[in-house]
Design a protein around this ligand. Structure first.
Ligand code: WT7
Length: 653
């Protein structure tokens, strides 16, 4: 049962002011919509050929005969890294800067397409020398350093599969991902800069691999970044800089079949176990390149693009690594947090590199709003001409601040809806073609088919709300959940019986013009700082602690992060008197951080004597959400014990 009804989801359309217009000379044209609606598959085939180099051209477009398992351009062959690197050098753009890398303490490196290509070739040879070949899985646990991009591209170049694990995740999270994908190699760093100091990374990898039970990892490659002391296991551990210096410099890219797995990326679902979302090569690269070029109106010869996402998330895969590099863009890559060493760090970087296109999340905007407009006003942001937003619905206050303070009141904002599973942007305005409607993600992009349906699968009329679905397969769609085809079918394709229809888990509203307004998740998944976390995963981390008998986790509205994790915990009877409420809360917040990572740390842990349950034993999260958000408690008549909520709220006062 969903914990959120469509009716209860916020809808703020009326509070958005008018938007500035896109400039008229954009790269996208209205004919894209016409071509795609006349012949969707022909349109994607044309884009695939126009945007990418195929070493063997394809004759097939979509094969949907085994739905929901799709193949795109199946008999074509390409090399993803060649498309992101070599061909730009061969086209005479080798001197163009690919990465303006900025370290948190202020060190920096400019890396041209020639230099990046040369580094990736060496890294590819290094991987081969470590026994990595086509289809092998490589885990990547790195800070935002150039080696993160180099490692991903080197893995892709030899037809292997990367699994990037966000640098904030714990040893337990690393181990479960390494085991699930049976990774042969882990690429990590001694440490990276975060919030003004070096934060160690290798110890988490060491701890992950030291856990009981066999694992599949043969080597750990270690980038030297933090210069912090690290433990070393001879024979297993290798320094990246030493190994790469010894590697051959020439590497000829070979074409791989379009459906060759490119990466696995783990994301949260409604059960405790993270899902390994599988993406493949040709279709994925086609759609990320298409959307990056058209949604961000990219002029690669003159633009400086910056997407602030970490490569540990899908946004970093699609709009830091694969989309921008496939398009030969010049971009900024920043290691650190926005507030180190000072609150104006991001704006300083925009000024330094003359960033023209800036893509970030509402949660970051809100955290800057708190610091005040004085800080950005101290920097020259006049190079910006296009702003992007992703991760959650943007609220009017954040939208206005983004446009006025960062965008000088005149810079358009594109709100882009998509997911780890969709691989690339699905719903967005299109610069130069559509109008702009603030707060709305607006319309399906050319070649993408989206609908809003009620629970029985009927389309909702204009003005109505329902569930967001994708009605036709798309090139960058996930190809499955690693090792779990049934879960793939069950999670995404079984909500409606009227088709193969992909259910995204989001509620949406259609306005009178047919534009789409995203309302939020309708399942037991919360959105914290633009990242999905599952209530079940955090609950299982909590009950793994010996003092916990039962737990329930909800996402509560939070000014800075959109939603925040709030936990309700019943202690085992023998511990009730041993711990004060404060001690137990602090202990359990730490425990969740150790089990999953700081991103999942509860904002609050409430120690309670009972949880509200229905007669069939299901926890009524809606009531806990009322408590967590400080609201009057709603209808409690279906509770097994109607006095429970009174007891909980009395206790919390
Ligand atoms: C969920 C996907 C895709 C990159 C970031 C998160 C929410 C994403 C928007 C938007 C409203 C959005 C949805 C979606 N979401 N973009 N523009 N407006 N909501 O990736 O962790 O896979 O999460 O983020 O709820 O389902 P993710």
């Amino acid at each position: 049962m969903p914990n959120t009804s469509i009716d209860s989801l916020q809808h703020e359309e009326r509070r958005f002011p008018p938007s500035p217009k896109f400039r008229a000379d954009a790269v996208a044209t209205a004919s894209l919509y016409d071509e795609a609606s006349a012949d969707r598959l022909g349109f994607w085939s044309a884009q695939a050929r126009e945007l990418l180099h195929w070493s063997t051209d394809f004759t097939k477009d979509l094969d949907w005969s085994n739905a929901p398992f799709a193949t795109w351009f199946e008999d074509g062959e390409l090399n993803v890294a060649y498309n992101c690197l070599d061909r730009h050098v061969l086209a005479g753009n080798g001197d163009r800067i690919a990465l303006h890398w900025e370290g948190e303490p202020g060190d920096s490196r400019d890396i041209s397409y020639s230099e990046l290509t040369a580094e990736v070739k060496r890294a590819a040879n290094l991987l081969i020398s470590l026994g990595i070949g086509k289809g092998d899985r490589v885990a990547v646990y790195l800070p935002m350093v150039p080696e993160a991009v180099i490692a991903m591209l080197a893995v892709a170049r030899i037809g292997a599969v990367h699994s990037v694990i966000f640098g904030g995740f714990s040893a337990d999270s690393i181990r479960s991902r390494v085991d699930d994908a049976e990774a042969k190699l882990v690429i990590t760093a001694d440490g990276g800069w975060r919030k003004g100091k070096v934060s160690a990374l290798k110890p988490a990898v060491d701890a992950a691999l030291a856990k009981p039970g066999d694992h599949t990892v043969q080597n750990v490659l270690v980038v030297k970044r933090g210069n912090n002391e690290v433990d070393w296991i001879d024979g297993r551990d290798l320094w990246w800089h030493e190994a790469i210096a010894a590697a051959e410099s020439e590497h000829e890219a070979q074409g791989f079949a379009a459906e060759t797995p490119l990466f696995i990326l783990y994301t949260s679902g409604t059960t405790g176990k993270p899902k390994g979302i599988l993406h493949t090569s040709g279709g994925y690269l086609t759609q990320v390149a298409f959307t990056h070029k058209n949604v961000f109106d990219l002029h690669p010869e003159s633009d400086v693009y910056w997407c602030t996402a970490d490569v540990g998330w899908i946004t970093g895969h699609s709009y830091v690594v694969y989309g921008p590099l496939a398009n030969g863009a010049t971009q900024v890559l920043y290691e650190g947090t926005p507030d180190a060493p000072h609150g104006g760090r991001w704006w300083e970087i925009i000024q330094k590199y003359g960033v023209t296109i800036f893509y970030t999340a509402p949660t970051a905007i809100r955290s800057f709003m708190k610091l005040g407009r004085q800080i950005p006003d101290d920097f020259d942001l006049s190079s910006l001409r296009l702003l992007g937003s992703v991760g959650e619905p943007i609220n009017p206050e954040a939208w206005v601040w983004y446009r006025d303070v960062i965008g000088a009141g005149t810079t358009p904002i594109v709100d882009t809806w998509w997911q780890t599973e969709t691989g690339a942007i699905m719903v967005s305005a299109l610069p130069g073609v559509t109008t702009l409607k603030p707060g709305s993600a607006q319309a399906a992009l050319p070649g993408i088919s989206i609908d809003v349906l009620d629970d029985s699968g009927n389309g909702v009329p204009p003005g109505g709300g329902g569930l967001l679905v994708v009605t036709e397969p798309w090139p960058a769609m996930l190809r499955g959940i690693w090792g779990d085809p049934e879960r793939f079918v069950e999670t995404y394709w079984s909500k409606f019986t009227t088709g193969p229809l992909y259910f995204a888990g989001d509620g949406a509203r259609l306005d009178e013009d047919g534009d789409i307004w995203l309302l939020g998740r309708v399942d037991d998944v919360m959105n914290v700082s633009g990242h999905r976390l599952s209530t079940a995963e955090i609950e299982s981390a909590l009950v793994s602690h010996p003092i916990v008998a039962e737990s329930a986790v909800v996402g509560a509205a939070d000014e800075a992060t959109g939603q925040a994790v709030v936990a309700f915990v019943i202690l085992r009877s023998e511990h009730v008197d041993t711990y004060t409420t404060d001690d137990a809360s602090a202990l359990l917040r730490r425990h969740v951080t150790e089990q999953i990572g700081a991103i999942a740390r509860p904002r609050e842990v409430f120690i309670v004597a009972e949880l509200p349950k229905t007669r069939s034993g299901k926890i009524m999260r809606r009531l806990l959400q009322d408590v967590a958000e400080g609201r009057d408690i709603g209808d409690t008549t279906t509770l097994a014990d109607t006095s429970v909520m009174q007891i909980i709220s009395d206790r919390l006062k």
